[in-house]
Design a protein around this ligand. Sequence first.
Ligand SMILES: C[S@@+](CC[C@H](N)C(=O)[O-])C[C@H]1O[C@@H](n2cnc3c(N)ncnc32)[C@H](O)[C@@H]1O
Length: 504
Amino acid sequence: MEDWTEGYIADVDYSQGYYRELTPSFLSFALLSAGIRPPSLTGKLRYCELGAGHGFACNVVAATHPEAEVWTTDFNPAFAATARRIADAAGIPNIRVFDSSFEEFAALDLPPFDMIVLHGIYSWVMAEHRKSIVDFIRDRLAFGVVVYLSYNCLPGWSPIQPLRRLLSEMAQRATGSTEERIEKALDEADELAALGAAYLQANEAARAQLGKIRGMSRSYIAHEYFNRIWTPLYHLDVARQMHQAKLTFAASAELQHHVERLCLTPEQAAKIAGIDDPPFRETVRDLMLNQQFRKDIFVRGPERLLASERRELLMKTRFALVWPRNQVELGAAYTQGVYPLDSGPAAELLDALASGPKTLAEMAASNDPVEFERKVEAMVVLVGTGRVEPGLPAAADAERADRARRFNDVILERARHGDQLQSMVSPVLGGAIKVERLHRLFLLGEALGHKDFASFAYAIMREELEAEKRQGKQARPPSPLGIMMLAQRFDGDIRPILVQHGIV
Ligand SMILES: C[S@@+](CC[C@H](N)C(=O)[O-])C[C@H]1O[C@@H](n2cnc3c(N)ncnc32)[C@H](O)[C@@H]1O
């Protein structure tokens, strides 16, 4: 008899990453960029995450949206327990965590939701579960509701699909723990390559991928390559399934693709623009871009904004740097060229943001519509590159800051024992930003009253590396001088960003 995992890998821990696409302010900006009315981000947002893993992101949303009601489920009880523990430790009252399957969750007495998000779920579950997800969404959506759905897609995965299947089958036939079976499967695939398997010879992409997989984190590849269920999908089919829940594709959360002239040749863009059927148009675009992963935003009854209204809403949107200004690269590389970040509108925006978060109105004073669109394009590129993030209105910063501080205390304390929670909560964004572990240890040392926070971090790192050495692992302890220099760099480059986000 099948157990609750239904072939889903449950004995290898899944990373506790933060995906910014789960942040309401990010989804709102993606919709605005595409000219679609976003949901209201303040007030009683009812937010639901399905298959939340360890539930870090939904806890961040609950912590930074005090009026919101957040509901989440993941059928892995260990994951749901972590989510619950984080909520309890950080004192987040407005989240409800379940370890129910999607079907069991649907049977609960739940409110209609304004936002339902699923990251890395839809192509990793059986068709019958995709159907329950669609049924769940159909029955739980308020009007104008936003659904964020990411999935592995075709045609990008097509050359690698047989390799993935091979690895998964080999692992199932091997013995030992999941991690041991993964190693055996990788060795066996290498053996097939050495024997001259024609599939691997004919498919450069598959050969290269086999090499790359070895270097990837085992928890990532366990879930990406070794789950029994793994089905890359065509957008066309996903759009048809979402149509059953009265949802229409509204925008991609992959902002890099919003600036079409940077992604497609004029001839490719003209060909795509000539396709009347929107889901087919998107599918042909995937073919042009050889898309492997899609980040779709669907809306129930999307409303196209009038130009003046879109402008007004964009002007009110606040943005913040999440990367030191002096470390932003000179340009953003696209398939059709490099967009300059060291001159023109992007550099102007970066310079303005260097002194702190600002609305577009505070940075783009001109009333000229052409000038405004240039600035919006630059902002889409900057957010696309991950150097800038859209945020929430400043009005409730203080209220959000208290809750964020409590959550960040928990994150810092966890840094003492490992590197699981890698982001810190920003009340400005209503989301989180990545902060590397050494920096979190500096902040923890400081919070504990250590004036010399570099030595505090050094002692922890050194102790860990000594323990690894005792276990026979190769480990080079950090040098005290090296850590001191990194602490100075942290003070100069990173601390100002964290201050701007209300994190320190
Ligand atoms: C690839 S992981 C993604 C986790 C998380 N969303 C993320 O992106 O980090 C898929 C998650 O879906 C959960 N899951 C799979 N099938 C499920 C089902 N039928 N009901 C509830 N959760 C499920 C798994 O336990 C796992 O945590």
